[in-house]
Write a protein that binds this ligand. Structure first.
Ligand code: ADP
Ligand code: ADP
Length: 226
């Protein structure tokens, strides 16, 4: 199965805003996929539905064949989410932040501890594992969000505008690590409103505007058209 099939997905919020007007797209396994669109386009709404934080009002999305509508708990286990804003408790330690995340997925503590070590090492945070998160640099905090998102060993890693307001040095380092995760087999979806960012990283791209997919193509073809 593809990593993701979005089929005529709709979301109308309680206030009547039609954030998604029946969108469809497919992301293949192993892809590094960009979802590009201006503010208000519907990117976060789509990511919210894929990660079971928002309910859809029509259509469906399947993650490796698992329906977010009908098999919500199963679908959640397949996803790792790196949100826009730093949202861990700054007084907690990276090791605990990771282990607690695993607990949320029902992963036994021993396995969680092994994984926390693995991913904190991979993201070059191991020497800070037992320091309070507030002592980490901005780049380290971003990497901690990635390590945390890997704790359930997701098959699909979603980054929701992860570099908004983040300086170039930190962005480069984030992309270095995310590229490594992708090369190791995890499918990655990145949402952004900067084409330049997606351009260097992503093979395929969809552009969303006003809740509609207006382009769905390869990065090469898109760049050739501009
Ligand atoms: P609901 O989904 O029941 O509307 P929310 O907590 O999502 O509840 O939002 C409550 C209200 O806050 C919405 O109806 C909307 O008016 C407003 N709101 C929240 N987030 C946004 C946003 N990103 N853009 C516009 N309005 C928003
Ligand atoms: P993007 O992530 O591309 O900036 P969003 O998915 O956040 O777009 O928003 C799409 C549209 O839905 C916008 O018009 C936004 O104001 C609206 N919206 C987002 N969240 C809510 C909410 N909770 N309640 C009402 N409207 C919302």
């Amino acid at each position: 199965a593809p990593a993701l099939v979005v089929d005529n997905l709709r979301k109308t919020y309680g206030n009547g805003v039609e954030a998604l007007k029946g969108i469809s797209l497919t992301v293949q396994q192993g892809d590094f996929f960009a979802l590009l669109g201006p503010n208000g386009a519907g990117k976060s709404t789509l990511i919210g539905i894929l990660s079971s934080l928002v309910s859809s009002t029509g259509g469906d999305a399947r993650i490796f064949g698992i329906s977010v509508n009908q098999q919500r708990n199963e679908a959640m286990k397949l996803i790792g989410l790196v949100p826009q804003e730093i949202n861990f408790n700054q007084f907690e330690k990276p090791f605990d932040i990771c282990v607690n995340e695993a607990g949320f997925y029902g992963i036994p503590r021993k396995i969680a501890a092994v994984r926390a070590e693995k991913y904190l090492k991979e993201l070059r945070l191991w020497d800070k594992a037992y320091h309070q998160a507030r002592e980490l640099s901005g780049g380290m905090k971003r990497r901690l969000m990635i390590a945390r998102a890997m704790m359930n060993e997701p098959r699909l890693l979603i980054l929701d505008e992860p570099t908004a307001g983040v300086d170039i040095e930190i962005r480069r380092s984030m992309w270095h690590f995310v590229s490594g995760i992708n090369a190791a087999g995890t499918t990655v979806i990145l949402t952004t409103h900067y084409l330049e960012e997606a351009e260097q990283l992503c093979r395929n791209i969809a552009i969303i505007d006003h809740g509609t997919i207006v382009e769905d193509t390869t990065m090469k073809r898109l760049l050739a058209k501009l």
